[in-house]
Design a protein around this ligand. Structure first.
Ligand code: UD1
Length: 326
């Protein structure tokens, strides 16, 4: 098949590209390289430099007949989205509407959206299933929910079939070490821990020690990016075969605290990793854990690489390579 990935040079997008390419699909990468990395582009993929805000460029590239589109082009820093909502509105919402509109005009039938657990907000019950109320606590989460809702309308009105994949906390690197590009200025926990391990930042700041969790720090459901990538391949196959839209959680179904991540990282890296407690980060729920039963049954998707050790070891391998003194 011919698969076009928007945001295909980003952290998750490059792993998704690898998964499609490994099973023999033709992969197009459309990216504006604002945070995407050229060093992660795979040999054999077709690269289109472009922005999802550029309708003419979208039309040009979509005219080349694609079996499915995967949309991962978004700003994703939940904290920043609360201080710069206009930036997130323009790129994530306006850009996605451009893309959806141009996909329909070009006759694209299958659309996979990189969505997020951030659509749920503060949990009302755990584990979170797809019927859980959606009340995003940050603007980033709202942008993902807005795109999902637009997709539902375009399914009803125009017959565009979509898979909304609600990732929990994406983490880890390709276990075979093919992906080596590090994100610039990461804000997520694991890359921040790694930067503290290699001396790129002074210490990990632990946001809050008084949550209602076992050790007082935030608990999240970390899911390996290679497992997420596999779900995209399965989602495309599902859409092509069933011509029916779906919305599913993708999580490992186990909760890990900030301190557990820190301890495992110290053990696996052999580094001290300085850390200090600071206040809570606004908009951070105490605990988020998924149930992925729907992805199990509809997509036959089960995470294989999402153990704590596999996530930390695959990430440390990459950081260690970039900072060999550690
Ligand atoms: C958030 C979004 C998630 C999104 C992801 C992308 C929510 C609820 N979740 O995940 O949907 O895909 O961003 O960026 O909006 N922490 C520290 N110190 C740090 C960084 C993080 O203690 O320097 C803690 C946080 O308080 C949290 C955990 O580590 O408990 C994970 O944080 P992070 O990696 O930023 O992800 P989320 O905020 O869970």
């Amino acid at each position: 098949m011919k698969i076009l990935l928007f945001g295909g040079a980003g952290y998750i997008g490059t792993h998704v590209a690898l998964a499609f390419q490994e099973r023999g699909d033709t992969v197009g990468i459309y990216d504006n390289f604002s945070s995407g990395l050229r060093e992660n582009l795979l040999e054999g993929s077709i690269v289109y430099e472009g922005d999802i805000l550029d309708r003419t460029r979208l039309q040009e590239v979509l005219a080349q007949k694609w079996d499915a589109v995967v949309h991962l082009a978004a700003f994703k820093a939940a904290g920043e989205s609360m201080t710069r909502p206009e930036k997130y509105a323009q790129n994530n919402i306006t850009g996605s509407l451009n893309l959806i509109t141009e996909c329909v005009a070009a006759g694209v039938k299958n659309f996979v959206l990189s969505s997020s657990a951030a659509v749920y907000g503060e949990p009302v019950y755990l584990p979170i299933d797809e019927q859980h109320p959606t009340n995003p606590e940050n603007y980033y989460g709202y942008t993902k929910l807005a795109i999902e809702r637009h997709l539902q309308w375009f399914d009803t009105l125009k017959g565009l079939k979509f898979a909304a994949l609600r990732y929990f906390n994406a983490a880890g690197y390709d276990p075979e070490g093919k992906m080596t590009g590090l994100e610039h200025s990461p804000a997520n926990l694991i890359p921040v821990v790694m930067e503290a391990a290699v001396g790129k930042r002074e210490a990990l700041k632990i946001f809050g020690d008084d949550y209602d969790t076992e050790d007082g720090t935030g608990v999240r459901d970390y899911v390996h990016v290679t497992d997420l990538a596999d779900a995209h391949v399965r989602a495309v196959d599902y859409l092509v075969k069933n011509q029916k839209s779906l919305t599913v959680n993708l999580g490992s179904e186990s909760g890990l605290s900030v301190l557990e991540i820190l301890e495992a990282s110290r053990k696996i890296s052999g580094q001290k990793i300085p850390a200090e407690f600071t206040g809570r980060r606004p908009g951070d729920p105490a605990k988020l854990v998924a149930t992925s039963k729907m992805a199990n049954s509809l997509l036959g998707w089960y995470p294989k690489y999402s153990s704590l050790d596999s996530i930390i070891a695959s990430t440390w391998n990459v950081y260690h390579r970039h900072f060999p003194g550690h």
